[in-house]
Design a protein around this ligand. Structure first.
Ligand SMILES: Cc1ncc(COP(=O)(O)O)c(C=O)c1O
Length: 366
């Protein structure tokens, strides 16, 4: 029996492990020089834009909403086909998430439908680059400009992806990344927010840590309610160790994705073949309607292969049903939410592992 192949696995090198040990010995383990170094490195890779880190991508999204001034009475457009954090943060700030169906091809928010869903209360849109495939930034920002919407990019999955040759985060409004363990680069848990204007840094930093503003040797003031969302130096050191491998990791993911396209013959709907812009965070296949997903996952596991589920359409969760959302409202997201599976894809995978997944899937399809 071959070793179990998970759907994803972080790749942490020995230099990073040694670096973390150094941080642990340094006497400064929470936010400090490593956090500053990570923010500087991220900023440098985002055209010099101001970047601040957080202890999760969720925190980055919530702070972005607060910076945009989104709150009670406001509506925020988003996709139902995402990790539930995307809409939960809208509730956290007291606003209303307004779901919009996805394009069945890209599996990302349908921007024509988004435009139709705009009301006088709509203040912002949170697009999600599912699996790392970028939402059309030209159309997104055209819509935002015409309709005076703030854009909070949920680029949690698309760090390393680009639009027309420009890395996501190097342009646009408020751009949020996640460095959760599953992501293309990780800090175990963590996130970052790219700000459209350096003048927002002080507010961003206050919102990140209890609203506290320090001055002089001993001054302290609080005039906004902040959270406890700062990244630790331990985590930041992991992030720094990962960042240097980003291009190599992305290239490897692209090559593995190409191999899936060459070898997959088990049926279903494959993702958009984008080898320019996507960071191939995930390789997701839509199972045919008649294929029971749980049975497929079980049969793959029996063959030593882990399959992920990302994600059930979130408007059907009890929390969102209680707010009035119903089955049948977003047929594309609902169908995808029932039938998408995430195949193994991570940089340390070998070419033969892809072949093994494809062969196992052929046997698992019944
Ligand atoms: C699309 C999307 N949004 C938001 C998040 C939240 O990021 P984090 O888990 O770092 O809080 C994730 C993480 O899985 C995600 O995939």
């Amino acid at each position: 029996m071959q070793a179990f192949l998970p759907f994803t696995r972080p790749e942490i090198d020995e230099a990073t492990i040694a670096g973390v040990a150094e941080v642990l010995r340094s006497g400064w383990i929470t936010s400090g020089p490593q956090v500053k170094a990570l923010e500087a490195a991220l900023s440098e890779r985002r055209g010099g834009r101001a970047v601040r880190t957080f202890n999760s991508g969720t925190a980055a999204l919530e702070v972005a909403l607060r910076i945009a001034g989104i709150g009670e009475g406001d509506e925020v457009l988003t996709t139902p086909l995402s990790w539930v954090a995307t809409a939960n943060v809208v509730l956290e700030v007291g606003a209303r998430p307004v779901f919009v169906d996805v394009d069945p091809r890209t599996r990302n928010i349908d921007l024509d439908l988004a435009e139709k869903a705009i009301t006088p209360a709509t203040r912002a849109i949170i697009p999600v680059d599912l699996a790392g495939l970028p939402v059309d930034r030209d159309r997104l920002y055209d819509l935002a400009k015409r309709k005076h919407l703030r854009v909070i990019e949920d680029a949690a999955q698309s760090f390393g992806a680009s639009w027309r040759g420009k890395p996501l985060g190097s342009f646009g409004d408020l751009v949020c990344f996640s460095f959760h363990a599953n992501k293309n680069i990780t800090s175990a848990e963590g996130g970052a927010l790219v700000l459209p204007d350096p003048g927002l840094v002080p507010l961003c930093e206050r919102l990140r840590l209890q609203g506290v503003e320090r001055s002089g040797e001993d001054g302290m003031e609080v005039d906004v309610l902040g959270g406890k969302w700062n990244l630790t130096d331990v985590a930041a050191r992991i992030g720094l160790g990962q960042l240097v491998h980003l291009e190599k990791f992305t290239q490897r993911r692209r090559n593995l994705a190409r191999r899936y396209f060459e070898h997959w013959d088990a049926g279903g709907e494959l993702p958009v073949q984008d080898f320019e812009q996507s960071n191939w965070h995930m390789f997701q296949v839509v199972l045919p309607e008649k294929q029971n997903r749980a049975a497929f996952i079980k049969r793959m596991r029996e063959q030593g292969i882990g399959i992920g589920v990302h994600y059930p359409a979130m408007h059907l969760f009890k929390l969102y049903r209680r707010l009035g959302w119903r089955a049948g409202q977003f047929p594309n997201a609902e169908r995808l939410g029932r039938s998408l599976v995430t195949l193994p894809l991570f940089p340390a995978m070998r070419d033969e592992d892809v072949d093994r997944v494809c062969e196992a899937a052929r046997k698992a399809f019944k």
